[in-house]
Every structure is written in structure tokens, then in C-alpha cells.
Design a protein around this ligand. Structure first.
Ligand code: ZN
Length: 321
């Protein structure tokens, strides 16, 4: 480990891909081809290069997940169920090879909720994974849809969190232009809206033990909570959630720092939702892992909060102790 980097971090939004699920040209059309050419070879690699990059960032444990859009980008339901198993089996092999360094988030096919539940149960109980990661909507269906309720019930029963990662939105708002598409803005807009749908459609009233993790410093929501409450109180379309949307966010959501190395965004998030709900991540291989590690090491926050964000919150939530 590099001098000065000694937080033994746990990182939760760290991507890999099986070859069959590498994003197609269409799915990542917004990427600068030169940037993409550097990233893509790193996705299937689950050995020395990844471990060496983790060391440079002071990361002890990476929780790995199939990259976006992954299973949520597969049109055929039968194929999606089979590919989810393949991705999870490949991830299991990686965690078996490096049990102290790699953990896993499951991938499932939500076009078939029963198959998704069976696969999630297999991943948690048989493969030792620590949660589920979903890449956005599935064929236009968001996770507040009552058809997905059995999956939420299973997440509660298994006591594991759902990481809500951006995917490819089925319907772009007409305001979206290509300069803002993808990770620049479009994905955060869609993912933050997805999270708010879960809140206002009562998912957490139906599933009070459910927990959701958002990446990218909470997809801008920690900054927005006051206005969310203020304006939600005035809408004629208000649903009967017993508390305010911000209260539900603070009770049921965790966020990670993936892809955001910004002191003021971190301080705002600490002030807004508390350091105990924030966890470190890098979004490898899409972002500079070493920069992310150095940034948290040097962030101007108190050392107790830094240790919580670097490691102990993740240890607790994912039961890694
Ligand atoms: Zn990511």
C-alpha cells in the first residue's frame, strides 16, 4: 500500500463484465471512443491488474457487480435469466479466488420476477453475495411497480440491500440532448427519479425493512431534500406516505461516493443525511481509482467520519465483519 493511504477501504460500486454482457456500441454511444477503448479491456479482468489498482487506492475489499446495462439491457427474458446465472457464476469464481479482496452483488432478470427471486436467493444463500445491483429500469418498468413486490419482500427477508445503479432509460425526456446523455447527466436524472418513485409510490411502507444504495453521491438528491419536502407538500398528486419524502430518504437510503471526488459535495451529503449513510466507492474502471482513493484520504472531514465512510458503514450494512 502507498504511504499515507491506510484506510483499508471497502468500495461498493466496482464493475466487471462477462464477455457476453460487455456493453454494445449502441448502449454506450455517448462515450468518447478513445476513452472507451481504455476502459473496456479492464472490465473482464478479475485478477492481478485489478488487485494492483485496488492497492494503489488503499482498497482492501471491492464489491463487484456486472456493469451497466447488464441484464437490464437484454431484451429476451429467457436469455436474460441465463446470462444472469452466467454473470453470477463468473463473479462467484472471482470471489472464491480472492475471498478476502472480492465480494459480489447479484444480477437478476426482472422481466421474470419469480426467476429473479430464485436467482437472488441462490446468490445470497449459496454463493455468499452481499446484495443485489439493478441497472435502472427493465423494459420501461421501474422498481415501484407492484409486480416487483416479491423481490422487495425477499430482500427484506434476506436482509440485504439493493444497489440502484443507472441503466439505459427507455424513454428519454424530450429535454435530453446528446451532449448531456449518459453519465454526464442523463443517467443521474433517471436514477434520482427512480429513487423518488420508490419513495412516493410507498415501496418503503410496503417494505419497511428494505434498504437502497445510490451511487454518484446520491445522484444529487442529498442537495435537494429541503426543496423536495417543500414542493411535495403543495402538489395535488401527493400520495399518503406517513412522513415526508426526505424522512423516507434518510431512513431507507445509503449513498456512495462513486465517481465524485468533490469535498463540497461530500460535506453537503454529510450535513444532509449523516456520515453514517455514506460509503466510499470508485466506479472502477470508468473512473480513476487512485484519484478516488487519494481524494478520500485527504478529504477535510473529521477522522471518525472518514473511517465510517471508508470502511465501517459498509462493514455493518453488508455484514462483512
Ligand atoms: Zn457505476
Amino acid at each position: 500500500m502507498k504511504q499515507g493511504i491506510n484506510l483499508n477501504k471497502i468500495a461498493l460500486e466496482e464493475h466487471f463484465s462477462i464477455k457476453a454482457l460487455l456493453p454494445t456500441e449502441d448502449q454506450v454511444a455517448f462515450f468518447d471512443p478513445q476513452v472507451l477503448a481504455q476502459i473496456e479491456p479492464l472490465l473482464p479482468e478479475l485478477a492481478e491488474q485489478r488487485l494492483s489498482n485496488m492497492d494503489k487506492a488503499g482498497i482492501a475489499i471491492s464489491v463487484l457487480s456486472q456493469t451497466a446495462p447488464g441484464i437490464q439491457g437484454v431484451a429476451s427474458s429467457h436469455e436474460a435469466t441465463e446470462l444472469a446465472k452466467s454473470a453470477n457464476d463468473a463473479l462467484f469464481a472471482a470471489t472464491q479466488a480472492q475471498p478476502n479482496r472480492f465480494k459480489g452483488f447479484a444480477a437478476v432478470n426482472l422481466q421474470n420476477v419469480e426467476a429473479a427471486c430464485n436467482e437472488l436467493q441462490r446468490c445470497i444463500e449459496e454463493l455468499g453475495f452481499v446484495g443485489l445491483l439493478i441497472n435502472g429500469s427493465t423494459e420501461g418498468q421501474y422498481l415501484d411497480d407492484p409486480a416487483v413486490d416479491p423481490l422487495w419482500t425477499l430482500l427484506e427477508n434476506l436482509d440485504v440491500p439493493l444497489y440502484l445503479h443507472p441503466g439505459i432509460p427507455t424513454n428519454q425526456p424530450s429535454s435530453m440532448i446528446e451532449e448531456l446523455d449518459g453519465a454526464t447527466w442523463g443517467w443521474s436524472f433517471d436514477t434520482a427519479t427512480h429513487a423518488l418513485r420508490l419513495i412516493v409510490k410507498g415501496v418503503f411502507e410496503r417494505h419497511p425493512q428494505a434498504h437502497v444504495i445510490l451511487g454518484h453521491m446520491g445522484e444529487n438528491l442529498p442537495f435537494y431534500l429541503w426543496r423536495l419536502n417543500s414542493r411535495y407538500a403543495t402538489t395535488r398528486y401527493r400520495n399518503s406516505i406517513p412522513t415526508t419524502p426526505a424522512e423516507v430518504f434518510r431512513q431507507h437510503f445509503f449513498i456512495t461516493t462513486s465517481g465524485v471526488c468533490d469535498d463540497s459535495a461530500l460535506q453537503c451529503s454529510i450535513d444532509s443525511i449523516g456520515a453514517e449513510r455514506i460509503m466510499f466507492s470508485t466506479d472502477y474502471p470508468y473512473e480513476e481509482i487512485e484519484e478516488a482513493g487519494r481524494w478520500l484520504d485527504q478529504a477535510p472531514i473529521d477522522s471518525t467520519q472518514k473511517k465510517q465512510i471508508a470502511r465501517s458503514n459498509a462493514e455493518q450494512l453488508l455484514k462483512l465483519t
